[in-house]
Design a protein around this ligand. Structure first.
Ligand SMILES: Cc1ncc(C[n+]2csc(CCOP(=O)(O)OP(=O)(O)O)c2C)c(N)n1
Ligand SMILES: [Mg+2]
Length: 315
């Protein structure tokens, strides 16, 4: 987007900032607690990548369906999954969003349009196409979003899904959150093609700076507008940066993957934009951070006092 942030409303900026801060602060808390083994699940945190889900979800309603992969926390919270239900799920408790049976990679919240998530790389893609087919057949007016990483574009299901969605002009947005890594393997080693190259034969391909919520917001708005107008599937490619290791709780610098935590920080970028536009003050920024810390404290206390599922529930 050339006119970065043009026309965006202050309340939309405030929503994205609060959303990204919630995701970041929860991720940092999980990273601190994780080594103490209180959580009953593997995790994949998204520190550095928060702009993608915030910029996208600023346009989604609770009716729209968001199908997720293994890195769920950012998009699930941005879509509306209550924080305490996510935390309780990580603690394996019955009050979790998947009743403590799913963990971080299997979150679910039908009320907020999260029909499921998949630990299989590429697993969200065909499910989202199914969601879009269902919308089309039933005449419902929601859109379906497949949220996946760069490595998922190497899966066969990606090609099949692009093809079927284009043939049937389905209301599905393919959103590639491209952190340039498949675990520790860089993009150029796991993919021979540019992301979006294959998709461009089937549908419009939109590109946004995935470290900048304003860029994602602008481009996602264009893609979703086309989708809601019945123009058929769209792909949104967001290049971003993963700051930590694959699981997200340890720093693990990789060669040829430089990170500038000032320049690349999506939260800082939005805060600077808002400060320059007099949409927020430094003390309001600090207040948001404090409020979110309290939210996280309360969510952890809620999780800790909730029961574990009974063995009888397994079957
Ligand atoms: C089909 C399949 N192959 C391999 C794995 C192991 N695995 C889990 S996450 C991951 C990397 C995925 O990278 P990407 O899709 O770019 O998402 P990111 O982790 O970068 O968000 C791999 C290879 C898996 N879960 N599923
Ligand atoms: Mg990746």
């Amino acid at each position: 987007m050339t006119d970065r942030g043009m026309g965006i409303k202050p309340e939309q900026c405030r929503w994205m900032l609060r959303t990204m801060r919630r995701v970041r602060q929860l991720s940092e808390r999980i990273a601190a607690l994780y080594p103490t083994d209180v959580m009953e699940t593997p995790v994949h945190l998204c520190i550095g990548q928060e702009a993608v889900s915030a910029g996208l979800c600023a346009h989604l309603t609770a009716q729209d369906k968001l199908f997720l992969g293994h890195r769920t926390h950012g998009p699930a919270l941005a879509k509306g999954l209550p924080l305490h239900k996510l935390v309780a799920e990580l603690y394996g408790r019955t009050t979790g969003c998947s009743r403590g049976h799913g963990g971080s990679m299997h979150v679910l919240d039908l009320e907020h349009g999260i029909p499921g998530s998949s630990a299989i790389v590429g697993g969200s893609i065909a499910l989202a196409v199914g969601g879009a087919l269902s919308a089309k057949l039933s005449g419902a007016d929601y859109v379906s979003v497949a949220y996946f990483g760069d490595a998922a574009t190497n899966a066969g299901v990606y090609y099949e899904s692009l093809n079927f969605a284009a043939l049937r002009r389905l209301p599905v947005l393919f959103l590639c959150e491209d952190n340039g890594l498949s675990n520790v393997m860089p993009l150029r080693q796991h993919s021979a093609a540019e992301i979006g190259g294959v998709a461009a034969q089937f549908m419009p391909v939109h590109r946004a700076d995935g470290t900048d919520a304003l860029s994602v917001f602008g481009v996602a708005g264009t893609a979703l507008c086309a989708l809601r107008a019945g123009d058929g599937p769209q792909l949104l490619h967001c290049r971003t940066k993963r700051w930590m290791n694959h699981q997200g709780h340890l720093a693990e610098p990789l060669p040829d993957y430089p990170i500038d935590r000032q320049r690349d920080c999506p939260i800082r970028k939005l805060e600077l934009f808002m400060l320059h536009g007099a949409m927020i003050t430094p003390s309001q920024i600090r207040a948001i951070a404090r409020e979110i810390e309290t939210e996280i404290d309360e969510a952890i206390a809620f999780a800790v006092r909730s029961p574990f599922p009974q063995p009888s529930e397994v079957y």
